[in-house]
Design a protein around this ligand. Structure first.
Ligand code: UD1
Length: 418
């Protein structure tokens, strides 16, 4: 099992190209089975979740190859409608296969999805959306089977703008008869990327990025070549890493508009940020100022996936900050570990109250999930002495060799196999 060993107290410097977005690549890879033929998808990061998705596509009958950030994918022979249980259990995003397999084969069987343990992570909105399009759903002995000879467009209102449910419904609806309207749709940039990918394949979708998405069904889609957008959460993690390490770096392959909420908070706390096209320069100006109250919320609000990393940054601030987590109820698991490093954080009713300014000291801590793990690495960069982060397989699910990225920026971090 691998761990990270981090020697803190070294400001980050230099330049780094941001990896492609995991959360855009996963639904796009799933959506490829909507057409038969040869796809080339670029900027696909080498991550555990992507590996699992490619294994699932292979088990369904596709031919896949992932090398140097490009996926070469032939979906001509997809014919299996049962997503293998062991793979389904490894990643929540396997639920993305439901919509496209149903649309292509008329039937799909999945087991209940796995993934990060950050809350209840229900799938009721996925099930309700696919039912509204005409799928018959049977659930027995832990398996869910969806069947529909033909899907039909309809109006679907989401009681919460779920990212995954919006994407699943879009993928099922592209080959449905008639028009589907998703109201209160999620507005995340990854949904716009999925729309662009599907439209390149011949779909007729508009409205992604707003709260109403309209999908006019077509009868056939074609394979394409496509480049995935940059990962805004990885970019945001590095931005905050500069804040905690008191560094000065340049990030390339950035879409600044995807990071507006974070940039606003970081600037208010005193971090200097300049953007030019797809480049961002980030410079710490010393200890950050506290930020009175941040509430995680769906895009364009502050992303839950940067909440843990922001908490480490605010633990360095002068003054008290509050973060309210509204998306996932189990997302404060990093708090105890940060407290063991010396941070003063108190959690009450879904809010964390962070009294900034305590010096962090290196110790052994454990990553409980992907973003909590990234936050502990940031804490290690800020701490005096050596921090050891265990259970880093969680971090490997979202960051492509995080230790190499940070080494490139001058951090003293190494992967230790034990
Ligand atoms: C996606 C991202 C994840 C991010 C999250 C919120 C991917 C692969 N993952 O996850 O990194 O943290 O968006 O920005 O893109 N919910 C229901 N019923 C459902 C579906 C969701 O109640 O059927 C609830 C969830 O329990 C959660 C909230 O909605 O409390 C947000 O979930 P959702 O937006 O669906 O997140 P994911 O798509 O799972």
């Amino acid at each position: 099992m691998d761990t990270f060993a981090i020697e803190g107290g070294r400001p980050l410097s230099g330049s780094l190209r941001v990896q492609g977005a995991k959360n855009a690549a996963l639904p796009i890879l799933a959506a490829s089975i909507l057409a038969e033929g040869q796809f080339y998808i670029y900027d696909v990061p080498h991550l555990k979740d992507i590996e699992v998705m490619l294994k699932i596509l292979t088990a369904l009958g596709a031919r896949t190859k992932h090398a140097d950030g490009s996926v070469d994918l032939d979906t001509t022979s997809v014919s299996v409608s049962h997503v293998p249980d062991d793979l389904m259990g490894q990643m929540r995003s396997s639920i993305f296969l439901a919509g496209p397999l149903l649309a292509r084969l008329g039937e799909v069987t999945i087991s209940r999805p796995g993934g990060c343990l950050i809350g209840e992570r229900r799938i009721d909105l996925h099930l309700a959306g696919l039912t509204a399009l005409g799928a018959k759903i049977e659930e027995a002995e832990g398996y869910i089977t969806f069947r529909a000879d033909q899907l039909y467009g309809t109006n679907i209102f989401l009681s919460f703008p779920s990212v995954g449910a919006t994407e699943n419904i879009m993928m099922a609806a592209v080959l449905a008869k008639g028009t589907t309207r998703i109201c209160n749709a999620a507005r995340e940039p990854e949904i716009v990327d999925l729309q662009n990918f599907l439209n390149a394949m011949g779909a007729r979708i508009c409205g992604a990025g707003t709260d109403t998405i309209e999908i006019n069904g077509v009868t056939r889609l074609r394979p394409v070549s496509y480049r995935i957008i940059p990962d805004r959460i990885v970019a945001g993690t590095h931005l905050l890493a500069v804040g905690v390490s008191k560094g000065h770096i340049e990030l390339t392959n950035i879409i600044p508009e995807h990071l507006t909420a974070l940039i606003e908070v970081a600037r208010s706390c005193g971090v200097e940020i300049k953007t030019y096209h797809d480049i961002m320069e980030v410079k710490s100006t010393g200890n950050p100022l506290a930020y009175e109250r941040i509430i995680t919320s769906p895009f364009p609000g502050f992303p839950t996936d940067l909440q843990a990393q922001l908490m480490v940054f605010l633990a360095q601030a002068t003054g008290t900050s509050v973060i309210k987590e509204t998306i996932f109820e189990g997302r404060f698991k990093h708090v105890n570990e940060l407290a063991r490093m010396g941070a003063s954080i108190y959690v009450d009713l879904g809010s964390a109250i962070i009294r900034g300014g305590n010096k962090l000291s290196g110790t052994s801590v454990e990553a409980s999930d992907l973003r909590a793990g990234a936050a502990l690495v940031l804490a290690g960069l800020a701490a005096e002495g050596t921090t050891t982060v265990s259970q880093i397989h969680h971090i490997d699910r979202g960051y492509e060799r995080l230790e190499l990225q940070l080494q490139q920026l001058g951090a003293r971090i190494s992967r230790v196999s034990i």
